[in-house]
Write a protein that binds this ligand. Structure first.
Ligand SMILES: [Fe+2]
Length: 190
């Protein structure tokens, strides 16, 4: 079992490596997510699920062609449909591993939004597990705070303000976002 998990994590890293702009994303995500989970008082099992989820959340991108994954312009509705299947495909890949049970919902629900406007299941509020809510926030933060093909990295304070605005708009858990502000400032100053 452990061997299979190690293979999946290596696969997660190799998928990340397809996109030069996401280098180191999984490692940073793991550090942020675990630190945030700890601040929120989550038990050790959840912290371990968060660490694994950081590596595995975009595993389903293995099924997304480069032409879509690396496209810099806006996606067509069809392309967006293909892209948005990655959480479900990633969960399916990990399903045979019961040792990853706590990670399945993190993978499947990392693009949900609090107001139900996200995917894959349009879950709302607390129906999205706190581990998934944590991964959402750190995933968005890292995306905003690093260079992308279409824009430069936003300063951390600007990225945090943008996430705060999205939380007020109903996308992210405000309590998680508030706790993350302290974690990000603390980790950024090291
Ligand atoms: Fe994703």
């Amino acid at each position: 079992m452990e061997h299979a998990e190690a293979v999946l994590c290596a696969l997660g890293r190799s998928i990340e490596a397809r996109d030069p702009y996401t280098q180191g994303h999984c490692e940073r995500l793991a550090d942020y997510a675990v630190a945030l989970g700890r601040v929120l008082g989550l038990p050790e099992e959840d912290l371990s699920a968060l660490r694994r989820g950081a590596y595995l959340h975009d595993l389903g991108n293995v099924a997304v062609p480069d032409a879509i994954l690396l496209k810099t312009g806006p996606l067509t509705p069809e392309e967006r449909g293909v892209m948005q299947r990655h959480p479900v495909i990633g969960e399916e890949i990990c399903r045979p591993l019961r040792s990853l049970q706590a990670v399945w919902p993190i993978i499947r629900h990392h693009h949900e939004r609090r107001d139900g406007s996200g995917y894959s299941d349009g879950l709302q509020g607390e129906a999205i597990l706190v581990t998934a809510r944590i991964l959402q926030v750190v995933d968005i933060f890292d995306a905003l705070a690093t260079d992308r093909p279409y824009r430069q990295a936003l300063p951390r304070t600007v990225a945090l303000a943008a996430i705060g605005a999205e939380a007020r708009q109903g996308w992210w858990d405000p309590q998680v976002v508030r706790a993350f502000r302290a974690v990000a400032n603390d980790m950024g100053s090291r």
